[in-house]
Design a protein around this ligand. Structure first.
Ligand code: ARG
Length: 401
């Protein structure tokens, strides 16, 4: 190859898939850069040896593998659980919370290897470009950012052509769908799913099974908002999440199929599978209902909505995000206890809960005669509670008369 020596270096966040493989070639050819590929392990379960081989076959000067599973779970997934984070009530944000971590690792590696720029394979149509760019610039404003797919306005079919011309191998699955995966969930896009009327087929899913008619139950223990044990056995969280993806997935649980509003204004159809995330968030929510006051719950719901929006929209490093986290963290002090869940045919519900911080008091809740709740004190409260509504209605009636 006729590339001049002593080139500048770029660190490319590299998954080994179609987009980022195309990026390696483009960075070499059009930018005349030496490419260092970086693969961050956040539980995507890929063949990392194979990814390294792909990188070297594309002519990168170095390949770095970073195992960030623990960090991802402790610093990204745990806050998402504590925040019951579901964007637009549905999406557990697996991709969204992973990007700031990958961006952070890219900056670290770029600094370590004296690279002048960082590159990523995001298109100009999605949210990931925002998450990468804003995080990278927040951490190191001196790094320049190259996003080849966006810069070239490449479409997936064009990418496939480019890949063929440049001898880049394309996996069978990436001919059908565009997949993003980590411990917290998978996202499946493109192909037949772009027709909103097409139901996602079994071939789109890894965890979710379709032919299991049996019923299962599991028990989860939380400590200060963090899941710590599964069926009475203390487990490390990455393991617990993996296990739960398998178990809940085997009961058909975990598919999300919804219309999503991207930050840049496009409405898109998004299909996810996230069995563990759905079960853990819903179990956690239920435990909070038992242990937090109504006032805490109502305010926390507002904070959660804002948390999910900031995480989704790439503002992980905005000061507001850490402000919100401090509030969320404080609320978790009493979110300790046990949740029992029943699973059947893609459906799940909480069937039992228990906590030493439970605010449920059977002596006052019971409808039986042993109740210690004095009903007679309610009358005056109800009168005052309804005072303004009753007054407003009589004022409206008077004016309508
Ligand atoms: N819509 C989701 C998000 O913005 C998932 C996107 C996953 N796709 C991808 N190419 N990264 O977080």
């Amino acid at each position: 190859m006729s590339r001049s020596p002593a080139m500048n270096k770029v660190v490319l966040a590299f998954s080994g898939g179609l987009d980022t493989s195309v990026c390696v070639k483009y960075l070499q050819k059009n930018h005349n850069l030496d490419v260092i590929t970086l693969t961050v392990d956040i539980g995507q379960g890929d063949d990392f040896k194979e990814i390294e081989k792909i990188s070297s076959s594309l002519g990168s000067i170095d390949h770095i593998y970073v195992d960030a599973k623990e960090e991802f779970v402790n610093e990204y997934v745990v806050p998402a659980i504590k925040s019951n984070a579901l964007y637009q009530q549905n999406y557990p944000l697996a991709t969204a919370i992973a990007r700031p971590l990958i961006a952070k690792k890219s900056v670290e590696i770029a600094n370590k290897y004296n690279a002048t720029s960082v590159a990523h394979g995001c298109t100009g149509k999605g949210n990931d470009q925002i998450r990468f760019d804003v995080t990278i610039k927040s951490l190191d404003p001196n790094l320049s950012i190259i996003a080849p797919i966006r810069d070239l306005n490449l479409s997936r079919d064009k990418e496939i052509d480019f890949a063929k011309e440049n001898g880049i191998r394309i996996s069978e699955i990436s001919k059908k769908y565009s997949i993003d995966k980590n411990l917290w969930g998978r996202s499946i896009e493109g192909g037949i799913l772009e027709d909103l009327d097409n139901e996602p087929l079994e071939d789109a899913f890894e965890y979710v099974k379709f032919n299991n008619n049996s019923v299962g139950t599991i028990e989860l223990d939380f400590e200060k908002g963090i899941p710590v044990s599964l069926d009475g056995k203390m487990e490390k969280l990455p393991y617990l999440i993996n296990k739960l993806n398998e178990i809940a997935g085997s009961f058909g649980i975990g598919i999300i199929d919804h219309i999503e509003d991207r930050v840049i204004g496009i409405k898109s159809r998004e299909v996810y599978e996230a069995p563990a995330a759905l079960i853990l968030i819903n179990a956690h929510k239920d435990l909070e209902k038992l242990t937090l006051t109504n006032h805490e719950l109502r305010f926390k719901a507002i904070v959660e909505e804002q948390w999910s929006w900031l995480a989704y929209s790439g503002l992980w490093l905005d000061p507001l995000f850490s402000d919100l986290n401090q509030f969320i963290e404080k609320t978790q002090e009493r979110v300790t206890g046990k949740i029992k869940i029943k699973m059947h045919n893609g459906y799940y519900r909480v069937i039992g809960r228990d906590s030493k911080f439970s605010l449920y008091n059977n002596n006052i809740a019971t409808y039986l005669s042993n109740s210690t709740f004095d009903q007679t004190i309610a009358k005056g409260f109800v009168e005052l509670w309804g005072l303004q509504s009753i007054t407003a209605n009589s004022v409206i009636a008077r004016n309508n008369a």
